[in-house]
Design a protein around this ligand. Structure first.
Ligand SMILES: *Cc1c(COP(=O)(O)O)cnc(C)c1O
Length: 409
């Protein structure tokens, strides 16, 4: 089939079923069960948990988007799955491992992921090694089970089965080198699992850099309107795909047909939204960096030359970074007063939607991390996180300015 431009594929997707009414949009098939034409037939769809045309449309579309830069042979080897939440997608992927398997994860992964690994999967015998993924030598020792990981955590220095990390992290916006980490994983026979929620396939396609699994909380940018909770997993290789399909069908955390439709319409405008959000976030980040009531700003385009983030951006060719940024207020400014002073930004967790949001990580998204550890990660008591939406950027700047003015009084 013809390979259209990425933004064209966002709008059209790939037809998976010919409805006789010829609708412009793929219909929402809400049926829980499908008729067998004859008693001995095996129809493509029988029961909607196992599969249905509405979910298949979205799954086929995301697989095409994740593989937009790969050749057709590689595309044929890739399959996507839609889940009821990002954490359900992550659960399905992690459920493919067995007791005793070692997973090397980045220290600063999303709190829900961290808790799923530490509070759920360790009870099922998974061994989790936490490291800083800015330090690729440390990742290598953790994967190989050498250095400080030799004989550690009761795993006898076992070689890891997987690495797990976020390409762009929350809330400090560190960009990780997907290519270097995936190369290390493969050299030791492990797979590379990347949560790409913060960039989406529009800004980075990890499969092109060696990742074996790409995860999304589609609740964020892919849905884009704060109106659906959804997750996506895309995997390379038939064997892994079969195991993930088993998890989707047998653990049952599927995305409903109605939510598939909400996600599909969100995906159609992804490029338009992210272009605007990235451009506005860049302006907001630079404006805050010049404000003397602000101590530090975290946004990848502002990262110091030679830093791991700047180097990863160069290696991966990422030039736009989405709508999320964070900043620390200067001494003497109360971050909660700034947050409470905002009128246009809504005080809320989550990110990536059309409306701008602001939150205080220490209390709203990262409060579960013990304070000493949180401070060690750089998530200080002065840090605020913004998710820049698609509003007029001058309105957003004015809102931030007046909130900083009020807090500085
Ligand atoms: C929100 C989020 C998740 C969890 O997704 P849900 O859709 O809330 O279950 C996972 N990873 C990242 C990076 C997220 O931001």
């Amino acid at each position: 089939m013809a390979r259209y431009g990425f933004d064209t594929q966002l709008v059209h997707g790939t037809r998976v079923y010919d409805d006789p009414a010829n609708p412009v949009n793929p219909p929402v098939y809400t049926a829980s069960t499908f008729a067998f034409p004859t008693a001995d037939s095996s129809p493509q769809w029988d029961y909607a948990r196992s599969g249905n045309p509405t979910r298949q449309f979205v799954e086929t579309q995301i697989a095409r988007l994740e593989t937009a830069g790969l050749d057709e042979d590689a595309v044929a080897d890739v399959r996507s799955f839609a889940f009821a939440s990002g954490l359900a997608a992550i659960h399905a992927i992690l459920s493919t491992f067995a007791p005793g398997d070692v997973i090397v994860a980045d220290k600063t992964v999303y709190g829900g992921t961290y808790s799923q690994l530490q509070d759920h999967f360790t009870r099922w015998g998974i061994v989790v090694r936490l490291v800083d993924f800015d330090d690729v030598d440390g990742v290598e020792r953790a994967v190989a089970g050498t250095g400080e990981f030799a004989g550690a955590d009761g795993a006898d220095g076992a070689v890891a089965k997987a690495v797990y990390f976020e390409a762009l992290t929350n809330p400090l916006l560190a960009l990780h080198d997907v290519a270097a980490v995936s190369e290390i994983a493969h050299r030791h026979g492990a797979i590379s699992i990347v949560d790409n929620t913060f960039l989406t396939p529009y800004l980075l396609r990890p499969l092109e850099f060696g990742a074996d699994v790409v995860l999304h909380s589609a609740t964020k940018y892919l849905g884009g309107h704060s109106n659906v909770i959804a997750g996506l997993a895309t995997v390379r290789g038939k064997d892994l795909a079969d195991r993930v399909y088993f998890a989707q069908n047998r653990l049952g955390g599927i995305l409903s047909p109605r939510d598939c439709e909400v996600l599909r319409t969100g995906i159609q405008t992804l490029a338009l939204r992210l272009d605007r959000q990235s451009a506005s976030a860049e302006i907001v980040a630079r404006t805050l960096a010049d404000d003397d009531r602000v101590k530090t700003v975290n946004y990848p385009s502002l990262a110091e030359a030679g830093s791991p983030t700047a180097e990863a951006a160069r290696t991966l060719g990422v030039t736009a970074f989405g709508g999320v940024l964070s900043f620390e207020v200067a001494d003497g400014i109360d971050p909660l007063a700034v947050l409470d002073g905002l009128h246009l930004f809504t005080r809320a967790v989550s990110l990536g939607a059309v409306e701008s949001l602001a939150e205080y990580p220490a209390r709203m998204t990262h409060f579960e991390i013990p304070k000493p550890q949180r401070l060690e990660f750089g998530i200080t008591d002065e840090l605020l996180r913004l998710s820049v939406g698609i509003e007029n950027v001058d309105d957003l700047l004015a809102d931030l300015r007046q909130a900083l003015d009020a807090a500085a009084k």
